[in-house]
Design a protein around this ligand. Sequence first.
Ligand SMILES: Cc1cc2nc3c(=O)[nH]c(=O)nc-3n(C[C@H](O)[C@H](O)[C@H](O)COP(=O)(O)OP(=O)(O)OC[C@H]3O[C@@H](n4cnc5c(N)ncnc54)[C@H](O)[C@@H]3O)c2cc1C
Length: 223
Amino acid sequence: MKFPNSPLALLILSILSSLSVSWATSEPVPINGFLQCLPKQFSSPATPKPLAIVAAKQESHVQATIVCAKQHGLQIRIRSGGHDYEGLSYVSHVPFVVLDMFHFQSVDVNVKDESAWVESGATLGETYYKIAEKTKVHGFPAGVCPTVGAGGHFSGGGYGNMMRKYGLSIDNIVDAKLVDANGRILDRKSMGEEIFWALRGGGGASFGVILSWKLKLVRVPEK
Ligand SMILES: Cc1cc2nc3c(=O)[nH]c(=O)nc-3n(C[C@H](O)[C@H](O)[C@H](O)COP(=O)(O)OP(=O)(O)OC[C@H]3O[C@@H](n4cnc5c(N)ncnc54)[C@H](O)[C@@H]3O)c2cc1C
């Protein structure tokens, strides 16, 4: 069995052995001080907090959030998979609300059309899994981390293992549904080719809230 020799197993063994040493010494364990220390390191009154987190369940919730945030001069931070390196999906230095898209996670695969509509809150892992459930000879070129969200990933480009053959994710995205700053729901046709081009790589949050993307599936060998 490989596990006992792996670095993870060694780490766990070393933690366990150091714990058993400190228990054996009957010194009081300073757990209260440790727990009180944690929040002081993680957050402070100066850490920017959202005024509200809207966990939208349907399109009208997204529209309402945009309209009301505009009326009250609030910034919206849009969060799909929450993997933004700079924290742009959950931190701001002006008054803000977080619009969380995690309920938007359907992946609707159409094998005949070789396409799939993927909602922004779906992760890459869920997307690959749903495609593989329906077809063994199709895939989609995107990132390698399964917990990255479709919302932020596709609006930033999306590179992964199939890049050499099929390019970036955005080279294989053929439509999108967007709620614009006026709360209108637009698709590729109604938003126009320029916005559709900019959405794919320019950062979706610059142009509105992306509800879903239409992917053109690519052919892959069964094994
Ligand atoms: C562990 C890890 C592995 C990664 N691996 C890869 C990889 O293999 N290939 C690759 O290309 N990239 C990779 N990335 C980068 C990743 O693709 C980007 O950070 C991406 O923006 C994350 O998307 P998200 O939805 O998870 O993040 P979020 O934090 O939710 O959003 C990221 C950005 O997009 C905006 N946004 C999110 N949802 C929407 C929406 N519905 N409408 C409009 N704007 C929206 C947010 O406001 C924010 O600015 C990785 C990142 C991490 C942390």
